[in-house]
Each structure stands twice: as structure tokens, then as C-alpha cells.
Design a binder for this molecule. Structure first.
Ligand code: ADP
Ligand code: MG
Length: 171
């Protein structure tokens, strides 16, 4: 099988941070910074979003897509599996594998093409397609820390992921 990612492999040890978003406004503020950072690095990034139902994965993506200029209703891809957006700067795919009963469904639904295309891939429930996805640039693990608080473990696995973080935190 041909490797999914043609990007040079990196053996950089993953680095990471723990973030705390005390309110949805904090989540939105992070999304706005991330949107700017994505514009700066070109948008060819894969972000894996882990966390239980209600952890805030879709909410983060909605704020991010809004900040990137998507207008109108942003649907959760829980039923359709994928929603795509053609932005002026780059393409965006928002995927949700929650309903997969078997990781093989990733191949059966023809989603492989998305991961060999250039653009932003935002994936909820990536573990449900385990063994079929390329390495993510960022892995976010969201968990509830109170009604409106969310704890977020952010791990970066690639040079691109590190650049994105620098652009997020930069001056
Ligand atoms: N700080 C926060 N960040 C994200 N969502 C939050 C936050 N505080 C409360 N929420 C609420 O939690 C829910 C998260 O739902 P959703 O984003 O659909 O979760 P998931 O996609 O992880 O299942 C939403 O109703 C959202 O308004
Ligand atoms: Mg969701």
C-alpha cells in the first residue's frame, strides 16, 4: 500500500502543552489564533481531535471555521462523516468517524483521497479509523473540567505542527 503522506517523516519527539479554556469564549479565542496561524503556515495541516461526546470538538471546529471566513450554518459531520469547505486560501475537510463500526469503513467510504490532498483536515474520533490515517500534525485531547471549562492536551508531532504552534504563540 502506498504511504498516505508524501511529507518527509520526522523523528522529532512530540512536544506539547496543557491548555485550560474556562469558557466557550476562551475556546473561541484559541480558534481565532489558530485560524491566523493556519493562514500563516498555508493550511496543509491534519489536526486530530480526541475527547468524549460533549467535550467540545465540534464547538472548537465551528469557531475555527467561522474565524477562517466560513459563513452560514456549520453542520456537524456526525451523520455525513465529512463536510468540506473551499476557502480562498485552502480547502478544509471536517470529518467525524464516530459512527464507524470498523476502521475499514475509512477505505470503503473513499476518504483516503482527502488525506493525500493539500488542505486542512480536522478529524473527530480519529481512533475509529485507527491504522488508516496518516500521522497527525497536532493531536488535541479535550476533556470537561466543569460546565464550561475544558482541559486540552495539545501534542505536536511534525515540523509543520511545530511551525503552527509557533505561529499561534508568536508575537
Ligand atoms: N469552553 C468550552 N469549549 C467548548 N464547548 C463548550 C465549552 N463550554 C461549554 N461548551 C459546550 O459543550 C458542548 C460541546 O459539544 P460539542 O462541541 O458538540 O462536543 P463534541 O463534538 O466533542 O461531542 C457544546 O454545547 C458547547 O456549547
Ligand atoms: Mg462532535
Amino acid at each position: 500500500m502506498t504511504p498516505l503522506s508524501s511529507r518527509p517523516a520526522t523523528d522529532t519527539v512530540a512536544t506539547g502543552n496543557t491548555l485550560l479554556w474556562n469558557s466557550e469564549a476562551d475556546t473561541q479565542a484559541f480558534a481565532v489564533r489558530l485560524a491566523d496561524a493556519l493562514q500563516a503556515v498555508g493550511g496543509d495541516v491534519f489536526i486530530a481531535l480526541h475527547g468524549d461526546l460533549g467535550a467540545g470538538k465540534t464547538t472548537l471546529v465551528r469557531h475555527l471555521l467561522c474565524a477562517l471566513g466560513v459563513t452560514g450554518r456549520i453542520k456537524s459531520p456526525t451523520y455525513a462523516v465529512v463536510e468540506s469547505y473551499a476557502l480562498p486560501a485552502f480547502a478544509v475537510w471536517h470529518l467525524d468517524f464516530y459512527r464507524f463500526n470498523d476502521p475499514q469503513e475509512f477505505e470503503d467510504t473513499g476518504l483516503r483521497d482527502i488525506f493525500v490532498s493539500s488542505g486542512l483536515k480536522l478529524v473527530e474520533w480519529p481512533e475509529k479509523a485507527e491504522g488508516h490515517l496518516p500521522a497527525a500534525d497536532w493531536q488535541l485531547h479535550l476533556s470537561s473540567a466543569g460546565e464550561t471549562s475544558r482541559m486540552v492536551q495539545l501534542r505536536r508531532y511534525s515540523v509543520r505542527g511545530a511551525q503552527l504552534w509557533s505561529a499561534c504563540t508568536g508575537p
